[in-house]
Design a protein. Structure first.
Length: 147
């Protein structure tokens, strides 16, 4: 398993814990890394970047997910699925070094592993719809930053 995959899976596990734990983010993250078998700096660093970015852009990420989700409101999605989507959408928006197809494929594989085969299909459908609108979404975000 690659380092970015490990970082994404770590991020998913931390985001999942945040959903249920009212402790500080720092306490949750520190506790996670103390109890995980691997702790290479590159994995921690990428995971930290993902977590901080997702949490600071959560409203915009959820709005983007909601804009393409015809039958599901984000709060009603399975916790694992919505957090996998948040990770992938953040990467699609802000990770310049990874191709969108790789981000989407990674999200699908993680969904299959942690949520199930149907989740892979669900995640693929949402992310593919976002990928098709990505230039428009990024342009809109840049316009909002300039305002």
């Amino acid at each position: 398993m690659g380092k970015r995959r490990k970082a994404r899976e770590s991020t998913l596990q931390i985001l999942f814990q945040i959903e249920f734990d009212s402790s500080s983010l720092e306490k949750i993250v520190n506790s996670y890394w103390e109890n995980i078998a691997y702790s290479e700096e590159e994995i921690r660093s990428y995971s930290t970047w993902l977590i901080e970015g997702i949490l600071s852009h959560k409203e915009e990420i959820d709005r983007i997910i909601q804009s393409v989700s015809e039958h599901w409101r984000v709060p009603r999605m399975a916790i694992i699925d919505r957090n996998i989507l948040r990770i992938a959408v953040f990467e699609l928006l802000y990770e310049e070094k990874v191709a969108p197809s790789i981000v989407i494929n990674e999200a699908i594989e993680i969904a299959k592993k942690y949520s199930g085969e149907q989740a892979g299909t669900f995640v693929n459908g949402i992310l593919d719809a976002i990928r098709k609108q990505l230039p428009k979404i990024k342009s809109s975000l840049k316009e909002n930053e300039n305002d």
